[in-house]
Design a protein around this ligand. Structure first.
Ligand code: NAP
Length: 311
């Protein structure tokens, strides 16, 4: 392989996000060749498919990278096997079902000399980098996050999100936390969480979070899967020198009420651009800070019982 050859990559888990984002992003990126899939349900037409990660690793030594698009719980074993076989690994968010397993993967990748990229796609939304830059020299006084959507619309038939390790409403909510941890100029930590669990489910359908910077910031978040009508994915920040609003998942930015003109490379094309750079430079990029807030919410969370939820 020469430096200009495309990276032969395999997708593991061909579900909603693989079909909506990963496969189109790879098809449009000359740095990659989608060379195989691992899929229990058949994979992608015209691309060799394997039933297991081990079978792929045994058969295709030419594939140097795996993009793991399955739910968090089964991801650790696949990532560990890929790293042990000397392959680079890209992880969908969240990077693991626990913090400890992410640390283990990070150490394994370092020892094996391969790239591990724990992606946070929302950080690549067009407004996030300009928001971070604008906030960098300001004193933040208030942050309010509202991340509310209809679970029936966005997660139809996805049983894993309701099972332990599936994160429930934190599956989308962690996207907001990934933006928060990217743009906030001071570190925050959680001080309280109200977690609402349907009587028949193991993960929360709603969460209300309160954060502090140890000083005087007023910071809170509301995540809710019971949203009727349109979804709300918004972060509003007040500072000593003006106000910022990110809406539509970070894709639109307002500074003091004025919408900013943004360049839009696309979240997943930008993720794959970054992964190729990491591979070329022999580096990893693993930031667990959004997952730490989720773990803290489960540690500090007060449980509120709700009616059973049926799809
Ligand atoms: P999904 O539609 O349920 O697809 C996941 C796929 O992973 C399944 O179709 C299956 O593919 C494979 N899989 C392997 N082991 C599995 C298991 N034990 N249980 C269920 N599926 C298993 O889920 P998704 O929405 O694509 O989400 C996957 C990951 O992407 C999650 O971590 C999620 O947070 C993240 N993500 C999702 C979205 C979104 O809009 N949906 C957006 C950004 C990130 P095969 O049949 O091919 O084996």
């Amino acid at each position: 392989m020469t430096a200009t050859d495309p990276i032969k990559i395999a997708i593991v888990g061909v579900g909603k996000i693989a079909r909506d984002q990963h496969i189109p992003a790879l098809a449009n990126d000359p740095r990659y060749d989608l060379a195989a899939t691992v899929s229990r349900s058949g994979g992608v037409g015209g691309v060799e498919n394997f039933d297991t990660v081990d079978a792929l690793l045994d058969a295709r030594s030419d594939i140097t990278a795996l993009s793991l698009c399955m739910p968090p719980l089964p991801r650790f074993a696949a990532a560990k096997a890929a790293i042990a076989a000397g392959r680079h690994v890209m992880l969908e968010k969240p990077p693991g079902a626990t913090l400890a397993e992410v640390r283990t993967l990070e150490a394994l990748a370092r020892d094996a000399g391969v790239t591990l990229f724990a992606t946070w796609h929302s950080r690549h939304a067009a407004g996030v980098a300009p928001a971070r830059d604008w906030l960098a020299d300001k004193h933040v006084t208030r942050i309010r996050i509202d991340w509310k959507e209809d679970v029936r619309k966005w997660h139809p038939g996805q049983d894993w999100i309701w099972e332990p390790g599936g994160l429930g409403v934190f599956d989308p909510g962690i996207n907001a936390l990934s933006i928060l941890t990217a743009i906030c100029p001071v570190p925050l930590h959680l001080t309280a969480a109200d977690l609402t669990f349907p009587a028949n489910r193991d993960t929360p359908i709603a969460a209300d979070l309160t954060f502090t910077d140890g000083e005087d910031i007023d910071a809170s978040a509301g995540f809710d899967w019971r949203q009727d009508g349109g979804e709300i994915w918004e972060i509003a920040v007040e500072t000593d020198a003006g106000a910022l609003r990110l809406i539509e998942g970070g894709s639109r930015l307002f500074l003091d009420g004025a919408e900013q003109t943004l360049t839009e490379p696309g979240e997943y094309p930008d993720l794959y651009r970054h992964f190729a750079t990491l591979v070329a430079q022999g580096q990893s990029d693993v930031d667990s800070s959004p997952l730490i807030h989720v773990a803290d919410a489960f540690m500090l969370g007060r449980r509120i019982a709700d009616d059973p939820f049926h799809d």
